[in-house]
Design a protein around this ligand. Structure first.
Ligand code: NDP
Ligand code: MG
Length: 397
């Protein structure tokens, strides 16, 4: 029996994870679940999965959750705040941690799981983008097992030789080909992008996801963050990572080898496949996802990304090449800009302007401690907020 904590249980990845777990009650037991503010949904999950512990964002939310669980006759221990998240991620009873909080808020608990030597199922790409080498060092030092949930990275992991981590550079890998759907605005007139609404941006053609990652997919910052994620997970330099637009999202990514072979992983666009893969690795279990009907799909298309249509992709490559805390600055500015877009404070085409302003104006430094990374994250957020205020006042240059 594997004991699992799900950080971000009420989100898109959290819900898909519970769906897979429910298919294998003899194999998995939920130790703890977390949410931020969706208390009723978390209560329903607790009633269904009976975890020992549940964590929410505030004392007020904890009070509401406790009352709901008491009424249901449950004695789940209810806690709140970051220290509690770190505790459910690192408790000795836990074997695996699904890291599925969105954004920088997930860094501390995901890192706690890595430091405690857990099997870390990583969906929260922002945590790795921010902390990079520090995160990978924590995994190395504790002997944690890091398995990618992001569908592209899970695909790459499946296409790499099993001894890849031990012999980088000697495995014959020529390139990592990161596929991207291109999101909802792949073929839209660039001139009309300024007027798109959050609802249009969140309407992904192939995947159903949380709102932040959906906007990231529309700007292609999601792919930019994934380039940085691939760099850290697979030790690949920026030049070895190529983005390929593949609108059908059937090939989830590929690895190209020096002998000319290209290995790809295919599947229906449903996150339960990579979730089930990582949960059971190295075994295979049913995920609830049906078989791929290639004759139904019939056509697979590929094209190069247009860096002018998607400036966020270029910004992310530049941050990776700059190194240090540059990816943390990029990530923080993006989080603030996406939220401002979702809150109707800025337009879609101002998201990349905010990010470019922050990475150009805030000097980046060495990412030699988590405190240094968090300090840069805070400075970038302030700079982004200031610039958004200027944009709104019509004063920005
Ligand atoms: P959602 O927005 O659907 O869910 C986010 C989860 O995090 C919710 O449980 C939410 O709680 C919780 N949360 C939000 N803010 C905080 C906070 N400040 N502190 C603690 N918990 C918080 O996101 P997704 O499930 O779509 O994405 C989760 C992560 O997985 C992201 O990093 C994303 O990039 C990554 N990912 C997602 C994919 C997908 O298909 N959805 C694919 C690949 C990667 P509450 O519900 O209470 O707000
Ligand atoms: Mg992805």
């Amino acid at each position: 029996m594997q004991h699992i904590t799900i950080l971000g249980a009420t989100g898109s990845i959290g819900v898909s994870t519970l769906d897979v777990l429910a298919r294998h009650p003899q194999r998995y037991r939920v130790y703890a679940l977390s949410a931020h503010s969706r208390v009723e949904q978390l209560a329903a999950q607790c009633i269904a999965f009976r975890p020992l512990r549940a964590v929410v964002g505030t004392a007020e939310a904890a009070g509401r959750l406790s009352a709901l669980l008491r009424t249901a006759g449950l004695n789940t221990e209810v806690e709140y705040g970051e220290a509690a998240l770190c505790s459910i991620a690192s408790a000795p009873e836990v074997d695996s941690v699904m890291a599925a909080i969105v954004g920088a808020a997930g860094l501390a608990p995901t890192l706690a799981a890595a430091r405690a030597g857990k099997k870390v199922l990583l969906a929260n790409k922002e945590a790795l983008v921010m902390s990079g080498q520090l995160f990978m060092d924590a995994v190395q030092e504790s002997g944690a097992v890091l398995l990618p949930i992001d569908s592209e990275h899970n695909a790459i992991f499946q296409c790499l030789p099993s001894d890849y981590a031990r012999v980088p550079g000697q495995s014959g890998v020529a390139k990592i080909l990161l596929t991207a759907s291109g999101g909802p605005f792949l073929n839209r007139e660039v001139a009309t992008l300024e007027a798109v609404t959050p609802e249009q941006a969140c309407k992904h053609p192939n995947w159903s996801m949380g709102r932040k990652i959906s906007v990231d997919s529309a700007t292609m910052m999601n792919k930019g963050l994934e380039v940085i994620e691939a760099h850290w997970l697979f030790g690949a330099p920026a030049d070895q990572i190529e983005v390929v637009i593949h609108p059908q999202s059937v090939i989830h990514s590929m690895v190209s080898y020096t002998d000319g072979s290209v290995l790809a992983q295919l599947g229906n666009p449903d996150m339960r496949t990579p979730i089930a893969h990582a949960l059971a690795y190295p075994e295979r279990i049913a995920s609830g996802v049906g078989p791929l009907d290639l004759t139904q799909i019939a056509t697979l298309q590929f094209q190069r990304p247009d860096f002018e249509r998607f400036p966020c992709l270029a910004l992310a490559f530049a941050a990776l090449r700059a190194g240090g805390t540059a990816p943390a600055l990029l990530n923080a500015a993006n989080e603030v800009a996406v939220q401002a877009f979702l809150d109707l404070q800025i337009g879609f085409r101002q998201i990349d302007r905010v990010i470019a302003h922050v990475v150009d104006s805030v000097p980046h430094g060495a990412a030699d401690s988590i405190d240094a990374v968090m300090a840069q994250d805070a400075v970038a957020r302030q700079a982004a907020q200031r610039y958004i205020a200027e944009l709104r006042a019509g004063q920005a240059k």
